[in-house]
Ligand binder design. Sequence first.
Ligand code: MD3
Ligand code: FE
Length: 215
Amino acid sequence: MSVALRPGLIHYPGFLDGEARSRLAGEVADILAEAPPFTPRMPRTGKPFSVRMGNAGPLGWVSDERGYRYQPHHPETGQPWPPLPATALAVWEAIAAYPAPPEACLVNLYGPGTRMGLHQDRDEDEFDAPVLSLSLGAPALFRYGGLARSDPTRSVRLMPGDALVIGGPSRLVFHGIDRIYAEPDLLAEDLLPGLLPPGGRINLTLRRVSRPQGV
Ligand code: MD3
Ligand code: FE
């Protein structure tokens, strides 16, 4: 079942069943054991984000005083990022409708009370590819608008196991996370002990960064 929230922004509620969510949570635990979560900082000011992040795949998204960018190495350990999580890759193949694999899997870690302000994702060179989002853990209030920051916005609750494909005319819409709903009882199946505090949320985004040859 899928719902077009607007053209190109397709919501698949409960795309991952409990078994797939547990498997994905295990893959995330492996990624973060190899590439420890880091706290991104705002370009210029260096103000820390409240969301912590990890990455998998040939490229990872990082942010610090020097700016936003994709790079092949962890900003603190200098190691290459771990491989893309197989469960997320299978979802890309099922619903992204894009003829090349993703190059980056950004892992966002939200504690209770964490927010992500309204922004566009435009650090990629390839905007013809969609972004695929997968949610685990606590429900979140996702807000999306249009191509201008001042456009009206709507909100939808993202639940654990939900997938979102953001592409076509929605690829550059403004969006953010306004709140995390801490409902710890709901979460045990998704979150391996120690991955996040109770009431935490994980979002994975699969991204194509470079334009593939011959596509
Ligand atoms: C709309 N993440 O990592 S996922 C991000 O829940 C990000 O962690 C949020 O925004 C999160 O950049 C929202 C849904 C999403 C992801 C990417 C998008 C919506 C998007 C890219 C373009 C437009
Ligand atoms: Fe985003």
